[in-house]
Design a protein around this ligand. Structure first.
Ligand code: NAD
Ligand code: 3PG
Length: 451
């Protein structure tokens, strides 16, 4: 009887959080294996809001994709140091968040929550019909038309929110000190006013809607100083991140005459809850079927493309890199290195010294990261003997001072020789080997603990 064919090893994608199944189905099952419950051998991670620890990231992991916009739940600087790109899915959930931010505007301007709660009580006590016309006076509100919305952060979500606000006949002011040219071109510039400071936005607004990322520049941006510039009855909508608001300052503002509402999508601290003018939702912004599928599909496509070809798009820490298709006759070597003078020469000399011909070479960079993709001529007999020499070559490359990680892409995807992985961790080279082979490797967390 003929021996059963050995199954080809696959690229392993570890998921955290429940990732939309239709999105995950973009991974070709003949090449990728999805693991929901353990990190073993993961070459890539897909996650939503899970707070990623170094221990979650196996040494073989070469890609982290956030199915969503905010990457503040991943330690991006650490991943950059380790030579691992972090991807996100720009705009994939923008419509979902826009719709909930609009809902936030209505919740802030009308007594929807309080009125509904009161009606529930009256139904329980059997007084609903008798009391309804009497109680409504307690829950009146104001209209949005003619009021001013201040939008902080004019990216995918901010732009969608401000366009919807214009349709509600609101005035719009915007603030975004880091606005990209692409994003600026998508704004209806003649219908909105862009201001140069958050103070100016605060002074002008009846509602402030936050759509900036959470980082060291934005955390606490709604501060005592900004609150002091706001109109007494101005409302704040926060569908970005809880960290953007200094909660103690906001509580102080409410305790000292601030009569607006705070509608937010994140748990708040004891200073703000419970308060009748604070409405908290359980991080629902991106939780629609459509957004979950969009984000998962985009993350899956970006991850598969990077693992299979080295192409980089939508990375928050690595340079966008468009690559020509790899010819069957070449082996692709991807090197992540410090972005400094001399590195490219040192990398190329490893090939020159080994007598290997370079077919093409592409170099891109972003901040401290240099990314070199080098297509080299394959030997005509590419067998196990040669593979050992490729391992040695990868060892030399990865050992270079300033090289963070290296990866080979060659052969047929999902064949035993699809990719070699190596990482230079604090001067030590780990993880040489092909997909699916080799011993179980530690996680970056374990290495960090040892260091
Ligand atoms: N509630 C949710 O479920 C949910 C869903 C998606 C996104 N978000 C949050 O919303 C944020 C924005 O998402 P997006 O898709 O619009 O991202 P985006 O990258 O398209 O837009 C963010 C915008 O903020 C701007 N910005 C940066 N620093 C700023 C500052 N100091 N002041 C004002 N603007 C600043 C950037 O220039 C950019 O234009 C995400 O980072 C995420 O934290 C929340
Ligand atoms: O940054 C994001 O995209 C949102 O906060 C969505 O997070 P979630 O995917 O965990 O809902």
């Amino acid at each position: 009887m003929a021996a059963a064919a050995k199954a080809a090893p696959k690229l392993v994608v570890r998921t955290f959080n429940k990732i939309n199944a239709a999105g995950l189905s973009r991974f070709d099952p003949s090449m990728f294996q999805i693991k929901e419950d353990n990190n073993d051998g993961a070459h890539a991670i897909l996650l939503r809001s899970h707070k990623l620890q170094a221990g979650d990231v196996p040494l073989m992991c070469r890609s982290i994709a956030r199915c969503g916009a905010g990457t503040n739940n991943c330690n991006v600087p650490l991943m950059t140091d380790l030579g691992v790109p972090v991807f996100n899915t720009p705009g994939a959930n923008a419509n979902a968040v826009k719709e909930l931010a609009l809902c936030g505007l209505f919740l802030a301007s009308r007594g929807v929550m309080e009125g509904a709660t009161r009606m529930e009580e009256l139904h329980q006590s059997g007084e609903a019909h008798a009391q309804i016309e009497k109680v409504k006076a307690q829950f009146g509100g104001r209209e949005l038309a003619g009021k001013t919305l201040g939008v902080v952060g004019l990216g995918a979500i901010g732009a969608a929110v401000l366009k919807a606000a214009l349709d509600l006949r609101m005035e719009v002011v915007g603030f975004d000190p880091a606005l990209s040219v692409d994003a600026a071109l998508k704004l209806p510039g003649h219908r909105i006013r862009i201001v140069d400071s958050l103070e100016d936005l605060a002074k002008a607004s009846d509602y402030i809607s936050l759509h900036a990322p959470s980082n060291e520049h934005t955390n606490g941006m709604i501060s005592t100083q900004i609150l002091s510039q706001m109109r007494t009855d101005a409302c704040i909508l926060n569908f970005a991140r809880g960290e953007l608001v200094d909660e103690a300052a906001l509580a102080h503002h409410f305790d000292n005459g601030g009569s607006g509402r705070y509608v937010c999508d994140f748990a708040v601290g004891p200073e703000l809850s419970p308060r009748s003018n604070v409405i908290v939702l359980p991080h629902l912004g991106a939780s629609t079927d459509e957004a979950e599928e969009n984000a998962a599909a985009m993350a899956a496509d970006t991850t598969a493309l990077y693992l299979q070809t080295g192409t980089i798009r939508d990375s928050v820490n690595f340079p966008t890199t468009t690559l020509p298709a790899r010819l069957d006759t070449v082996q692709r070597v991807c090197v992540v290195n410090e972005n400094r003078p001399g590195m490219l020469g040192e990398i190329l000399s490893v090939f020159g010294n080994a007598g290997i011909n370079i077919v093409q070479q592409i170099n891109t960079s972003k901040g401290d990261v240099g990314y070199n993709v080098i297509d080299i001529e394959r030997l005509s007999t590419f067998d196990d003997v040669h593979f050992k020499s490729w391992d040695a070559l990868q060892f030399l490359l990865t050992s270079l001072d300033g090289v963070k990680s290296t990866r080979y892409i060659y052969g047929t995807p999902a064949s035993a020789k699809h990719a070699g992985y190596a990482v230079n961790f604090k001067g030590q080279v780990y993880g040489i080997g092909s997909v699916g082979g080799g011993p179980t490797l530690p996680s970056f967390g374990e290495l960090l603990d040892e260091a």
